[in-house]
Design a protein around this ligand. Structure first.
Ligand SMILES: [Cu+2]
Length: 174
């Protein structure tokens, strides 16, 4: 009986280990702050797609008919490596969507910033920027998406604890 319980506990812990990273990395929202007095701010939603990441950039007050280049750079918004690490689709009418060849977990583990440039002609002017690391507070999508999973796990663990303590007590009384 003890072997069975041990096997159950191991199986349950395995489930927890699997559920935790999956739930924590589904989707993350980054805030893009205005730069250079551009009047443009917005968000980036990073979503895990297997070993890739979908990056959706949305920016307010887009210039009419002008493409705005966007990239993921190494560093922070205040100390940015000017060489893009992961180029994104240029924004058109304040929106762009790109699937990049890097797992979301790797983006979250490193130090990266997403920035948008004024135009191809004025590439050196940054209009908005946001750090990926700065957004890991529970207030983002991370917390809300992992909550139901944790509820299920906690209930399962509580049930298992009751079951094993019941069995243990019965053994003691016999
Ligand atoms: Cu850039």
């Amino acid at each position: 009986m003890r072997t069975l319980i041990r096997a159950l506990v191991v199986a349950l812990l395995g489930l927890v280990a699997l559920a935790l990273p999956a739930a924590a990395q589904e989707s993350v929202t980054i805030t893009l702050r205005e730069q250079s007095g551009s009047g443009q701010s917005g968000t980036v939603v990073l979503t895990a797609v297997g070993n890739q990441t979908r990056v959706v950039v949305t920016l307010s007050n887009p210039p009419a008919g002008v493409a705005q280049p966007a990239h993921i750079h190494e560093g922070t918004c205040f100390n940015l490596n000017p060489q893009p690490r992961y180029p994104l689709q240029s924004l058109m009418n304040g929106r762009s969507e790109t699937v990049i060849d890097v797992p979301l977990s790797q983006l979250l583990a490193g130090q990266f910033a997403i920035n948008v440039h004024k135009s191809q002609q004025e590439i050196s002017t940054y209009v908005a920027c946001g750090e990926i690391r700065a957004q890991l507070a529970p207030a983002t999508g991370v917390g809300s998406s992992s909550l139901p999973v944790w509820g299920v796990i906690t209930a399962g663990l509580a049930g298992l604890l009751l079951l094993t303590s019941g069995i243990a007590l019965r053994r003691v009384w016999r």
